[in-house]
Design a protein around this ligand. Structure first.
Ligand SMILES: [Zn+2]
Length: 339
């Protein structure tokens, strides 16, 4: 369980969402944290619940209207059960790397591939919206570009359609106290990996036609806060950054990959993991769909410390966006007795 009460293991998840009823109560609690209020007539008394049905509908006792708990969510009008959707959202947002439709179908035990494909498609739709707020500010930002892809299916040997992807990632530092804790770890020489002092903050990725200055500087301008420290390699495409108001820190000794890695460690790790994910999970991706996959990667990356935010987003629950109420899962009276 993470500090905010979100299940971080499959057994915990099973405990929190054991059945469709528990999922329905979660949806209800998220939408009406202070108790049901009819969206039609404003009535605030307890609604009527249908004990025999799969409980996605509540009926207002005053105006007798039915209110669907899944309206305007990813689950709207679906024949798939709530618990299946919840499992799916959990897998999509917490598994690294993300799921292919076939893996997804197998893990959930869904009989039809088409059902798995459509669920996955709807859950992913919540991930592919571009993130618009600028990164950087107090944090330095590493910017670099890489080639993604290569020989795609159906193309002959020697024909390469590589795509240029530019990325920007914040370099953050752990706080003082955490640094000390990390240092003390060094004393326990038990083969425990050392906690890194620096870690990657928010990420942005964009597909470009090439690595010319216009595309690169436009990307920085649209994604990185004006005035931020921006670290790049020595490529001339970034030469315009100082006049645009950035504190540019280019790598002066170009050519040596080791030196470049030391100057831009975070974005190189991001690129490496991105390529592994694209190849391993999706067996390569056509350029036509690459930006959507980049957005999905960015979505998961930026929420890796906030799994419940990601979980709610892919289910389309962000619209009802009440601050997280996962604690209620353990303190509220609506917990399934078995939990
Ligand atoms: Zn009503």
């Amino acid at each position: 369980m993470d500090p905010r009460g979100f299940p971080t293991t499959l057994p915990e998840f099973q405990c929190v969402f054991p059945d469709d009823g528990a999922c329905a109560r979660y949806l209800e609690k998220l939408r009406w944290p202070d108790g049901f209020a009819c969206p039609r007539c404003g009535h605030t008394g307890e609604p009527y619940r249908f004990p025999k049905r799969s409980s996605v509908v509540l009926r207002c006792r005053a105006c007798q209207r039915n209110i669907s708990l899944t309206a305007s969510t990813a689950m709207q009008s679906s024949h798939t059960s709530l618990s299946m959707w919840f499992w799916g959202a959990y897998l999509v947002t917490t598994q690294t790397p993300g799921q292919s439709a076939l893996q997804f179908q197998r893990q959930l035990g869904i009989s039809r591939y088409e059902t798995a494909f459509q669920m996955l498609h709807k859950l992913r739709a919540g991930m592919v919206r571009p993130e618009r707020d600028a990164i950087g500010g107090q944090y330095p930002v590493e910017v670099d570009e890489t080639l993604v892809g290569g020989r795609t299916r159906g193309e002959g040997r020697g024909i390469h359609h590589k795509a240029t992807v530019v990325g920007a990632v914040e370099v953050r530092r752990r706080r003082e106290g955490e640094d000390r804790a990390a240092t003390s770890h060094q004393d326990h020489a038990e083969g425990k990996p050392l906690k890194r002092m620096k870690y990657a903050g928010r990420l942005r990725l964009r597909l470009l036609a090439g690595r010319d200055a216009d595309g690169l500087t436009a990307f920085v301008k649209e994604n990185v806060t004006h005035g931020s420290v921006v670290r790049t390699d020595g490529w001339q495409g970034y030469d315009g950054l100082p006049t645009m108001g950035y504190l540019h820190e280019p790598l002066v000794l170009g050519g040596n990959p080791d030196i470049a890695d030391a100057h831009l460690p975070m974005i190189h790790i991001v690129f490496s993991n991105l390529k592994t994910w694209l190849l391993g999970t999706h067996h390569g991706v056509s350029q036509q769909h690459l930006q959507a996959y980049l957005n999905e990667y960015v979505f998961r990356f930026n929420r890796r410390f906030y799994p419940m935010t990601a979980f709610n987003s892919v289910l389309g629950l962000a619209a009802h966006s009440i601050p997280p109420t996962y604690d209620a899962l353990y303190t509220g009276d609506w917990i399934h007795p078995a939990a």
